[in-house]
Write a new protein. Structure first.
Length: 428
């Protein structure tokens, strides 16, 4: 490995930024320490970089899906396969999480002192984005119908942009393959423009990705400086069991599936995907990591067709990290207050976690925002629901990064499995 920092792998530079961010957070805490700069100021700088990445990732997804329709014919069968793979993965996520909670019952350790923990919790204002979250399928569906074609782009609504891209991509494909008697449409200039714009976005994002380690340093310094590490002693049980569930799903189930069903060894899957995983974990955004995920999938030998279909079109279906976190947290808190949930009630939690995740996909800190809805669906008293957010918020920044890493691993696994499935059925 070259000693020149610019030639270090992105994963190494991200880890270096993570380490330096922790040191700055511990050193400065909430106070200023250099020319009046605070860790909160660094956090704002980091968020500017993440905002830029997300802003660029949106058109990348739009033109990536459209270009995929241009380069190859995306079939309804491929879309159905994508959905089947995603549903199987999220089902396994719930099996892992609920098995841990029902087997170990870690919430019982809080039963005698949860009131004390809630009383000591710092104030954490409710995010205004909560108003947009819902467990009502019809309300969520109505949110997918924009009032104008520009609305999804202006609001960075990933789901609507994906649906629009699929709709217009399918129309392009239909026009290209329509019978001669229906007339011909001069699509070549439009297709060349779309392909050129996609390549342009890839190039620009390649430049911006180089400063991700700086964003990591700034954001980690802010998080550590704000929360410190003392809170971890009281919340160690909760933090540990949720992190265990996420790690088992992300580091055991995914690599095994990549190996057994995708033909890619765990070492290759995790090694070649490390840039995307560490970037997703550090920036707390699987959306901002889409460009790096596509690069990692290319190194894994996954076709562009499967990569774009899974990481671009299917990225909102691959939120295993968020849904697993929601279900485990709800069951943990139910155990802590002595609320015994039967199998039917736990299934309701699972369905609520799925619906809430879909209803607020693409919103920052979505896992924490929709948690009150899932807790309410679990039957927890309103007083506990209201107190749960400030109770667990001090350690949520760690869990949020684990959720993002799991979501990135999910994007890569879905692409691998979809590609393997497509290769085995070349005549479809």
């Amino acid at each position: 490995m070259s000693l020149h920092p610019k030639r270090w792998p992105l994963s190494v530079r991200v880890l270096l930024g993570l380490f330096l961010g922790i040191l700055l957070g511990l050193y400065g805490g909430p106070n200023s320490y250099f020319l009046g700069i605070t860790n909160a100021d660094l956090g704002q700088i980091g968020m500017l970089i993440i905002r830029l990445l997300k802003a660029l990732a949106i058109p990348l997804i739009l033109f990536g899906i459209l270009d995929a329709f241009i380069q190859t014919r995306i079939t309804a069968r491929s879309g159905l396969r994508l959905i089947c793979i995603c549903l199987f993965n999220v089902t396994m996520a719930f099996v892992v999480g609920l098995s841990l909670l029902n087997g170990l019952k870690p919430g019982l350790a809080w039963r005698d002192h949860i009131d004390k923990l809630i009383a000591q919790a710092p104030h954490h204002p409710t995010s205004p984005a909560l108003a947009t979250a819902s467990l009502d399928p019809l309300k969520n569906l109505s949110g997918y119908i924009p009032q104008s074609l520009l609305e999804p782009i202006l609001n960075n609504n990933v789901i609507l942009i994906v649906l629009m891209a699929i709709l217009f991509g399918a129309a392009l494909s239909s026009l290209r393959h329509q019978p001669p008697e229906h007339g011909s449409v001069a699509l070549r200039p439009l297709e060349d423009s779309i392909s050129a714009l996609y390549q342009l976005m890839v190039r620009v994002l390649g430049w911006v990705v180089k400063i991700i380690p700086l964003a990591v340093l700034c954001l980690v310094a802010q998080a550590v400086g704000k929360s410190g590490i003392g809170i971890f002693s009281d919340l160690a049980g909760y933090l540990g069991i949720i992190a265990l569930g996420l790690c088992l799903h992300g580091l055991i189930y995914y690599p095994l599936m990549a190996w057994l069903a995708g033909g890619v060894s765990p070492r290759k899957y995790l090694g070649n995907g490390s840039d995307a995983v560490l970037s997703g974990m550090s920036t707390n955004s699987s959306l901002a990591t889409v460009p790096i995920t596509l690069q990692c999938l290319k190194r894994l030998g996954v076709s562009e067709y499967s990569s774009r279909l899974a990481a671009c079109a299917g990225t909102n279906l691959n939120n295993d990290g968020v849904t697993l976190y929601e279900a485990m947290t709800a069951l943990f808190l139910a155990q802590a207050i002595g609320l015994d949930l039967d199998a039917g009630q736990q299934i309701i939690i699972v369905l609520a976690a799925l619906m809430a995740g879909v209803g607020i996909a693409g919103v920052p800190e979505a896992g924490l925002i929709v948690l009150p809805l899932v807790l309410g669906a679990a039957g927890l008293p309103e007083s506990i629901v209201a107190a749960a957010i400030p109770l667990i918020a001090p350690v949520d920044w760690i869990l949020a990064r684990l959720r993002s890493a799991v979501n990135v691993l999910s994007d890569m696994l879905v692409a691998l499995l979809l590609d393997a499935w497509e290769r085995r059925s070349p005549t479809d």
